[in-house]
Design a protein around this ligand. Structure first.
Ligand code: ATP
Length: 520
């Protein structure tokens, strides 16, 4: 029976589990780590690769009109001028003078009014339970005095906040924090500094030539992979003879000097993105924006239940967008952005055209005209997807033990297609006849899927180890195997065991981990 892990505990347990079982280690740990930088261990590397493959297949392999790209991390500095990142890729930061902790001012305010909206939702939920089927939630929101008061308060703060962001008014942001009596979430202190802007791009010097002016050879570590796609738009279009609408997909590292680094791999300074830019005719972008929202949500639903996901429209649009929303996932610390979907207009291509002096236009033979295409972007963090997968998969369950009682097992119920190891091959005991047979099977199956051989410890302990790394199938070779050429396959989630001829094992596993099974 599944015992849900207490939410407050879950995040800590995920972090500890990642370390103990070789998924994620703090970077440079022997030197006490480096803030918001992490290394992926053996199982983490496998899971991360599987997430990337699953995305790549869904985006590139399944769509004739989407092609891949792998552009360099370093780009010409003018790229970041044109994209707006040099001038506008800032976050507002605020320090608490007592605790010496640093926060994103925008996050403090968003969390504040978010909690008031949540209170209104809770009231509505309670009333829905009380009144049953005849309940009209919309009417209740408009008429119940307490709900009306909450909504009014939250909307007022949100409106002030959006205005302050639009006007780039840092003093107004600070004033909201003061007026709303927002305290340091960790210490309760109200002793705040002023709000300052902070550019998130890392820069470094390029080449060995020293220059009087440091800025002459300054390059940036890319803060998003998208610009590599934009500057290559015509190279890709011409070399692959794609016609609009078409997309370019890319997976790669991005770097942001994040202000707050306290959320494990949710917010890292070096992370990985899976981005797809879809080039469309001007005027059709909204249609495509809605289509990509639906398509991406469907992808997430192949892996997570619907109630773990929701859309969130942006309160304030980024400098490049005319529509934007997030797909939020319910992480152990609440609903937060997992993926962004943005209608980026012709902002990027238009600016590159202007700054480079090179045409970024597409000739549309059907319309017999040239134009700078509009772009709809889907952008998801590999690491956030990793965290979503692990935090949803980690469970504790009561299972029967060998003495006829019960024991608690820790199991990672990762969808089989993403699991780091698909199958473990276990001789019942470490006796030569059995280990030789099991190894023979291992060498056969490893040609087909990622597979592990283990003969150490009791069979029960080996099952537990495989449960903890999320292996969906364990195959046991026993003495009967030597006679009937059959093995037992144990299912991680149901604990059911089936007996199959050895010759059918690879096929059986393949059916259960196939991409088709999930993509439907
Ligand atoms: P946030 O508001 O959480 O800072 P963002 O809106 O700046 O995120 P985007 O610029 O839209 O994020 O980036 C697209 C995706 O890249 C995000 O949905 C997220 O999954 C991922 N991402 C962005 N920043 C980070 C980070 N610092 N660490 C890990 N993943 C990130």
């Amino acid at each position: 029976m599944s015992k849900p892990i207490n939410v407050a505990e879950l995040f800590k347990k995920v972090i500890a589990h990642c370390k103990e079982y070789g998924f994620i280690f703090p970077s440079s740990e022997i030197y006490d780590g480096l803030g918001a930088v992490y290394d992926y261990g053996p199982y983490g590397a496998e899971l991360k690769n599987n997430i990337k493959t699953y995305w790549w297949k869904a985006m590139v392999q399944m769509n004739e009109n989407i092609v891949g790209l792998d552009s360099a991390i370093f780009m010409h500095p003018k790229v970041w001028k044109a994209s707006g990142h040099v001038d506008a890729f800032n976050d507002p930061l605020i320090d608490n003078k007592d605790s010496k902790k640093r926060y994103r001012a925008d996050h403090l305010i968003e969390d504040h009014y978010g909690k008031i909206f949540d209170k209104a939702d809770k009231e509505v939920e309670k009333a829905a339970k009380r009144f049953g089927e005849s309940f009209d939630a919309t009417l209740y929101r408009q008429t119940n005095p307490r709900v009306v008061e909450y909504l009014q308060k939250a909307n007022e703060v949100r409106d002030r906040y959006v205005r302050a962001l639009e006007d780039n008014d840092l003093a107004a942001l600070k004033q909201i924090i003061v007026d709303c009596d927002i305290v340091d979430p960790e210490t309760g202190s109200r002793n705040w500094t002023d709000v300052r802007q902070f550019n998130l791009m890392f820069s470094t010097q390029f080449g060995a030539l020293a220059s009087e002016n440091e800025n002459d050879n300054r390059v940036y570590l890319r803060p998003e992979t998208a610009q590599g796609i934009f500057v290559n738009f015509l190279n890709v279009q011409k070399s692959t003879r794609q016609k609009i609408p078409f997309g370019i997909a890319q997976i790669g590292k991005a770097f942001r000097n994040e202000i707050v680094a306290r959320q494990f791999i949710f917010r890292m300074r070096e992370f990985e993105q899976m981005e797809m830019q879809f080039f469309v005719r001007p005027g059709t972008e909204m249609e495509w924006y809605h289509q990509w929202k639906a398509t991406r949500m469907k992808w997430h639903h192949t892996l997570f239940p619907q109630h773990k996901l929701r859309f969130h429209d942006h309160d304030k649009l980024a400098h490049y967008a005319n529509a934007a929303c997030d797909i939020e996932f319910e992480f152990p610390f609440g609903f937060k952005e997992l993926e962004g979907i943005h209608s980026r207009t012709d902002f990027d291509l238009g600016n590159h055209q202007e700054l480079s002096g090179k045409k970024m236009q597409y000739f549309d033979a059907e319309l017999n005209e040239s134009y700078v295409p509009y772009v709809v972007e889907t952008s998801i963090g590999v690491d956030r997807m990793f965290l979503a997968t692990l935090s949803h998969a980690l469970q504790e369950e009561e299972v029967p033990d060998a003495q006829g009682g019960t024991a608690v097992r820790t199991v990672l119920k990762i969808p089989a297609v993403l699991a780091p190891i698909k199958i473990a091959i276990l001789p019942l005991i470490a006796k030569e006849e059995l280990t030789a047979k099991a190894r023979e099977l291992f060498h056969r199956v490893k040609m087909v899927v990622q597979c592990q051989y283990d003969e150490k410890d009791s069979i029960g302990r080996r099952y537990r180890r495989q449960d903890a790394i999320g292996t969906p199938f364990c195959v046991t070779v026993d003495f009967e195997t030597l006679e009937d050429e059959c093995v037992t396959i144990r299912n991680r989630d149901t604990l059911e065991q089936v007996r199959l001829p050895i010759a059918e094992v690879a096929n059986y596993i393949n059916q259960h981990i196939s991409f088709d099974a999930l993509m439907g």
